[in-house]
Structures are given as C-alpha cells and as structure tokens.
Design a protein around this ligand. Structure first.
Ligand SMILES: Cc1ncc(C[n+]2csc(CCOP(=O)(O)OP(=O)(O)O)c2C)c(N)n1
Length: 836
C-alpha cells in the first residue's frame, strides 16, 4: 500500500559513536586528502596535487600513503555516519586482493578488439569507442559478480554514447553480429523519418556470472542529451522493484554510467542524485560509474569543472566516491567490489570514477591532435589496455587476440549478409495488452462509474481514523466532499480527481502521482495526504476507499522538474497498468524538463518504439499572476504533436477531468497525456459538475453548448477557462446569437465531433477562435487552419497581440486585457483580426 510513512533521510542508525573519535591525525589526513595525491592517470600526465596537510615523512605517513595515494583515491570523510566511514576505511587499509588475471585478460582483449574490428571494417563511422577506458568491462563484471552474490537478478543500465556498443556485447549479452548489423544500416525504408542512431538504442539481454547464474540486463534507450537517461533508469528500476514486491531492492539494481564532463556539467545530475534517499524515489542504491577520459569533446577537464574531480557534485550525498586508475586492474576490481558491497550494506548510492583516456577523437571522425597535441602524443605511444595488462601480469596472450579478432571478423561478415535491422530490445510481457500507433475509434470506451460505487468511494475519501487530529479547514473540506457525493453540492475538480483515483484503485489500477507540493496541492485543492494537526502523521484517504485496493503512491517531489519528470517517465515505462502522473507546480515550470518532454515523451515511440501513458498535469490560465504563472506553453506541446504521439487536453469541467483521467487508465492505447489544468477554475461554479455526470458517458473531445441556440449567427470556440468566461459574458450581455463551443482535446484533433458541433448551427456565418494567450503562443497557429478546413473562409480569431513574454505582470492590466478580449469575442466584425 502507499507508504507516506516510509523512512527517509535522517533515519540512519549510528551504532558506534566511538568509531568517530579522533585517531592518528597523520592517517586521518590521508583519509581526508590522500585522493589528491593518488596515482590515478594512466597516461601519467595529470600530476598528483600535493596537499600541505599530507606529511611526506614518517612510518605512519608511508603506510597511509600506500593505502590512500596508490591507484585508488577515495573520498569518504564527508560521510557523517561513523559506521559507513569505518566500513570504507577498514577495506582501504589492507592490501588490494589479487585477481583472476587470465580471465580479466580475455575480457580486455574482447573489449579492445571489438572496437579495433569496428575501426578497421567501418572506417569513418561514429561509434564512440571505449578504447582508453576498456577497464569498464572488467569493472562492470566485478560489480555484477559481487551483486549477484548478494542476490541480484536484474540490472538496468543508463548510459550515454561512450562505449555503449561494447557494453551491449560484453555486458548486455547481445551478439556482435546484432551490433555490427547497425553499421550496415540495412532497409532504410523501414525507418524513413523515424528510428534512432545505433549508439542510442536500448537493448535487453542476459549476463552470465562465473558460477553460471544469469542476470537480466536492460540497457535503457538514450537520447543524445547527456545525463537525461539517469533518472529514467531509476524510475524504471523503482517500477520493476514494486512489481517484484518484497526484497526486490536486492534483486534489481540500477547502474548509471556517466561521462566526466557531463557528470560535472549537467544540472540534472545533481537533481537525480538528490532523489537517492527520498522515500518516493529511492531504489536501494545506484552504482554510478564515471567513465572518465579526462576530456569532453575538445575541452580538457580543467575547463570542465571548478573542482579537483568531476565527481564533486556527488558530495551532496553521504556516500563514498572512489577514484581509480583505469589501467590498474586489481585496483579496479577491488573498487568495483567495494562499490557493490557498499550498496548492499547500506542501501546506498556509490560513485566510482574510472580514470582513463580516449584513444581516438571524440568520435572516430574527429582529429583530437588539434586541441590536445601533447596528450595525443602520449596516447599514440600508449599500447592498448590488454597489452599493458598482459605485460604487467607477466601473461602471454598466445593466440587469444587472433582468435577473438577472427571471431569478430566473422561476426562482421555475418552482419553484412543479414540484410535486416535487428531489434536489440524486447518489451516486457506486461506491455502485451497495450498498443501505440495512431488513434483508432475502437479504443474508446465509456468511463462512467455507478452512483453506488462513487458513494462508497466518497465514504472512504471523507472519513479519517478516530485517533487522527484533523485540521479544522480540512475537516470542512471533507464535509463538503461528502455533500458533493451525496448530490447536495456540485462537484469541484479536487473531488472529481479524488473520485477518479479512488474508483480506479477499486478497479485494481495503481496510481502514482508526484509533483511539488502535490500531496496537499499547490492550490489547496487536492488534500490527498492529510497531516495530523498534533503529530504531523500522514494519512491517505485514497488508501481507504475499499478492500483489496491497488497500490497508491502520492508524493511531494523535491523542487526539481527534469529529474522528477524523467523518473516518472521511467516509472510509466515499466508500469503500463498504472495511472502515473507528474504535476508541475505551475505549467510554466515544465520548461525545466523540456528535454524529457522532447526526447522521451514526445519522440520515444518514434525513435525507439517505446510507449508511455504518463500524464502531465500543467496548471494553466491567465489570471493576472504574471509572466511565469500564467502559461503552460500550450504552443510548445502543439508543435510537438505529430503521428498521434501525444494527447493534449484541457478539460473545462470537473466531470470532464474525471472522465479524462479514467479514459487514460482504462484504454489500451498508451500515449502520454498532457492536461492543462485549472487554477482559479478549480472551485468555480462554471466548471463544477453534478455527481450524475460521473455515472455515465465519457470524455467529450469537443464540448457542446449547454444552451440551445438554433438561430446562432456566430460560433465562438475556445479551450479551457476562457470558455467559461465567454459563457458568463454571454449571459451578462443577454446574447442569444452566439453559440460557444469548447475544444477540450487539442490533439489528436477531434475533427469529426467538432465538425458535427459546428455544422449543427446551420445559420452561423462567423466562426471565432478565442484564446487568452498572445498570438504567437497558445493553440492559435495550430487551430486556425483546421477550423478553416471545417468552416471555410469565415474564420477569425481574438487573442492578445504577439508578445515576447506570455503575460503582463500587473493584475489590473490583466483585467483590462481580459475585458477587451471578451468584448472583441462578442463584437461582430468580418475579416479583420483584432488583438488585445
Ligand atoms: C546536453 C548535451 N550537451 C551537449 C552535447 C554534445 N556532446 C556530446 S558528447 C559531448 C562530450 C561529453 O563529454 P563526457 O561527458 O566527458 O563524455 P565522453 O564523450 O568524453 O565520454 C558533448 C559536448 C550533448 N550530447 N548533450
């Protein structure tokens, strides 16, 4: 069931205070600063940074230097919990264990030669080679082996371009033939205008541990926008863990790989790290690996971050950060083991900074000697990692390289003959009942709920436990909600939403909603989670609306948009049966998550054939609250609309909102739904509904006029709040010649019902589109040609004049504009296009 009481930050036990007492100050200094003098750069170009507090003389210093300034540098003294610090310390202050050198050598040969064969066979192709950091493969091997020993059964990997193809083969378990086939680019006609480049595609497969266990591996589809995929992987993991139930955090673990420049530079990294310990988002710890080649395209790391390491952003968490020389294989394996052990010991994130170099240019078509001549001179004389390792370990690779080179060579020839694209990712079974593609009328269904069920739901929604001290204002609100269900008061949006959620939970459909202040609701409208007035204990009425309910999770999110929306998108990807919603505080703030909207929600199906039924609740409407609290940027969503990729709706009544939410959950068509939600209209009489409107019917994509106006000469069409304002204005004017229609679904455009609604007014000579937004915003550009198709030349529009900013900052100016807008909407004029 919902878990508002789940423990979060600040609940750690610190069992042994004695462990934090001051020890030998010399050793302590190395624990704190030793990483700065560690020997981390395989090229030997990045000099250690001598620290004044690190003594150079003495037995204790020599011992501590051996532990903390060798091939591993660790940052852990910022962790407040002495038990965690001691855990790291104990494992650092001993010798690095030996490794199975022949086995590691084979893995390195495979990783290096996979790239070498690609380089030879597809010269000039971009592949974002792993060479220089091929130690990543044995590192991941060790993480997976260690985690498997702790019960891991599945991992979800989020990563960008660097080494992705190599990881697909060595870790995800896809065949080299499948991956090389991407370079052949066969059957281009099948992906005209769609698909994605090969180093962004997702993949699923199986990893085999040395003792014969198999792990499911899911490599998450990734857009070019660096770091965006990390929180998507976390949301997917959380969904998979919930599906699996008890103990699943041990069985399913995410691994997120980062580039050094991107980890330091992208804001979403900080947002995503911040999710680690929050009850609504935690996944029992993520293994982060920074695949650090000391460069970001042409830019050296000293120009990428102000801090000594690219990983400093991770200091925000009480977790260890291990830096390791990427060519020291025993050290690398040790760090990988420690990372996985730490995750399992403390349910915690952990960061490994794997430091290597980049053998070629950023992509293989780029010449790096132009910008890093010194570094690339060193790289030119630096052998591949497998050769370095074989020499150091005193191993003779024998015919292994020749065999593996031949193996990959044959794979490439097979790929050439294949002549077809290979689907590297398979959807999980739970997607089998759902469909994407273009809309089909057969997907539609009635979404009403019998009155008895609504009343039973409402009963659960409006009571609270005997020992719960309810805030008097909330008690009053719940009383009013009870009246709404009883039929003695009209329903508002808050109750319509609660009844939609409650009725779905009773039907076995899980709900997950997160957003800033979403438990109470920014506009004091939701009250999905009640707070005890004495103890601040949380109580969620939705969890009490019946027996055997589906799971309900409603969370206040942290004050982030990009990572939280990415997380919820990820969650929706692995929970198609659930209604998953993300709410922006005000619609404008969704801007901060635009990458996720563009790259995943809008384009995910086109690029990767992946569906999502995520709902975005975006408060929208012009109410004199200023430029950043007015517009959810309708225009941006309209511009993204194509191939029925999204649903974009603005329900203007409580009942419409109820049916829209239920439609989203009950249909088998899974498409993201963008809902422009009201603010002042939340409790407005004009948008209220009778409870009976919830008992039958479905969401109306075009809202008809409540008044019969058979002689209407004009039709005014709008969407959202303005429709209610137009109706009030019509009443004030005693106008009987103007019919008012609401466009409740902007996309997919409801051509058939809207045409029927318009054609019903046979005497209408004018059709006027009215919007609150300026001419260059809102749905104007999108709607006008469509209305002309239906109505012909008599279509005009009323809107604010084109503007650089969405709205005025003055409440009074807003009122003047709004009055002018309504006046123009009712002024009969022909041809011109007045603006306010
Ligand atoms: C948000 C974003 N900005 C810019 C780019 C263009 N870009 C692609 S890779 C790259 C360099 C990334 O460096 P790093 O994170 O260190 O990874 P590396 O390629 O070195 O492995 C850049 C700037 C991008 N893909 N995404």
């Amino acid at each position: 069931m919902a878990n508002p009481n789940e423990s979060g930050r600040g609940e750690h036990e610190w069992p042994d205070p004695a462990a934090s007492k001051a020890e030998n100050p010399v050793i302590d200094a190395f624990r704190r600063w030793g990483c700065l003098e560690a020997s981390l750069d395989p090229l030997g170009l990045a000099l250690p940074r001598p620290h004044p507090e690190l003594p150079t003389e003495g037995e204790a210093a020599a011992r501590a230097r051996g532990w903390y300034c060798g091939p591993i540098g660790v940052e852990f003294m910022h962790i407040p919990d002495p038990a965690r610090r001691r855990w790291v310390q104990e494992r650092m202050e001993r010798a690095i264990p030996p490794i199975d050198a022949p086995a590691v050598l084979e893995r390195l040969v495979r990783a290096d030669l996979f790239e070498e064969v690609l380089h030879g066979r597809y010269p000039g192709s971009k592949r974002f080679s792993l060479e220089g950091v091929t130690g990543l493969i044995p590192l991941l091997d060790e993480v997976l082996e260690t985690a498997a020993a702790h019960g891991l059964e599945e991992t979800l990997i989020g990563m960008s371009h660097r080494g992705r193809l190599n990881v697909m083969v060595q870790i995800v378990g896809r065949s080299a033939v499948d991956v090389y086939a991407g370079f052949e680019d066969p059957d281009p006609k099948s992906v005209l205008g769609g698909g994605d480049v090969k180093y962004h595609m997702g993949a699923t497969g199986t990893y085999r541990t040395k003792d014969g266990r198999t792990l499911r591996v899911k490599l998450v589809s990734n857009p070019s926008h660096l770091e965006a995929v990390g929180p998507v992987a976390l949301g997917r993991t959380r969904a998979r863990q919930i599906r699996e139930g008890e103990g699943a955090r041990g069985r399913i673990m995410p691994i997120v790989l980062h580039g050094d420049a991107a980890f330091a530079g992208q804001g979403i990294t900080a947002e995503a790290l911040n999710l680690a310990e929050l009850p609504g988002y935690s996944v029992g710890g993520t293994i982060h690996v920074v695949v650090n080649n000391q460069l970001g395209f042409t830019t050296p790391d000293r120009e990428e971050h102000s801090s000594a390491f690219s990983t400093d952003v991770a200091h925000r968490l009480p977790i260890p950060i291990f830096h390791v020389n990427g060519e020291d294989l025993p050290a690398l394996a040790h760090v990988a083991r420690l990372a996985a052990e730490f995750r399992y010991a403390f349910d915690s994130d952990v960061v490994v900074d794997l430091i290597g170099y980049r053998r070629h240019g950023h992509s293989e078509v780029d010449d790096p000697t132009i910008t890093q001549p010194r570094m690339y001179k060193a790289i030119a004389g630096h052998p591949q990692l497998w050769k370095v390792f074989a020499a150091r370990a005193g191993l003779d690779a024998g015919d292994l390289p020749a065999r593996i080179r031949a193996e990959y060579g044959h794979a490439q020839e097979d790929a050439k003959r294949l002549g077809a694209r290979v689907a590297l990712a398979q959807l999980s079974d739970y997607w089998s009942g759902y469909t994407g593609g273009c809309h089909n009328a057969s997907y539609e269904l009635d979404t009403g709920v019998p009155l008895e069920d609504l009343r039973a739901t409402a009963e659960g929604l409006t009571r609270w436990p005997a020992d719960f001290s309810i805030h008097p204002k909330v008690a009053k609100l719940l009383e009013q909600r009870a009246e709404m269900a009883a039929g003695s008061r009209r329903l508002d949006y808050g109750m319509a939403e609660a009844l939609a959620f409650g009725s779905l939970l009773r039907q076995g459909i899980p709900i997950r909603l997160s957003g800033q202040d979403s438990e109470r609701g920014t506009f004091n409208q939701r009250h999905a989670v009640l707070i005890d007035a004495e103890t601040e204990r949380k109580y969620m009425p939705l969890a009490e609306v019946g027996a055997g309910l589906a799971r309900c999770e409603i969370y206040n999110s942290p004050l982030s948009e990009a990572a939280v929306l990415a997380f919820e998108y990820g969650f929706s990807r692995d929970y198609p049966e659930a209604l998953v919603l993300w709410e922006a505080q005000f619609g404008d703030f969704a801007n901060s998550a635009q990458v996720i909207i563009d790259q995943f929600l809008s384009a995910g199906e086109d690029k990767w054939s992946l569906l999502s039924g995520l709902v975005l609740l975006l408060p929208h409407g012009y109410e004199g609250q200023g430029p950043e609290h007015s517009s959810a940027r309708v225009e941006r969503f309209m511009q993204l609309a194509g191939e029925d990729n999204l649903q974009i709706c603005q329900p203007s009544t409580a009942a419409q909102y109820f049916h829209l939410l239920r439609r989203q959950a009950l249909r088998r068509w899974r498409k993201p739904l963008v809902v422009f939600t009201p603010k002042s209209m939340l409790r407005h009489a004009g948008s209220s509904s009778a409870v009976e409107e919830l008992t039958a019917g479905r969401f109306q994509t075009a809202r008809l006029d409540d008044e019969a106006l058979p002689d209407a000469r004009r039709i005014v069409i709008g969407t959202g709040k303005i429709v209610n304002e137009l109706r009030a204005e019509r009443k004030k004017r005693g106008d009987t010649r103007t019919a008012i229609l609401g466009l409740e679904q902007l996309y997919p455009f409801p051509l058939t019902p809207l045409t029927a609604a318009i054609k019903a007014y046979a005497g209408a000579r004018e059709l006027v589109w009215v919007q609150e937004e300026p001419k260059n915003m809102g749905a104007h550009f999108y709607v006008m040609p469509r209305l002309r198709t239906i109505f012909g030349s008599g279509v005009t529009s009323v809107k604010r004049r084109a503007s650089a900013s969405p709205a005025t900052g003055s409440g009074k100016a807003h009122q003047m504009e709004q009055q002018a807008l309504l006046a123009l909407a009712f002024a009969s004029w022909a041809g011109g296009e007045p603006t306010v």
